[in-house]
Design a protein. Sequence first.
Length: 67
Amino acid sequence: MIRSTKILFCDNDHGAGDVTFPATTDLDVRDFIETPSLKQLRAEAKKAGWSRERGRDLCEGCTEGDY
């Protein structure tokens, strides 16, 4: 059986690895069983401080200008 989930990757180059939403270390079995739609995922990311500008997904740090 193959299962998948959706993860957003920050489109800025952080130089120290990928920044994702949700963080890959926070994934659990439920994320693979109850996979959110892309619309739901982006809504959750927005609540966590992520933004989407000109077709690019930006993490909370990039959205605030910290990176």
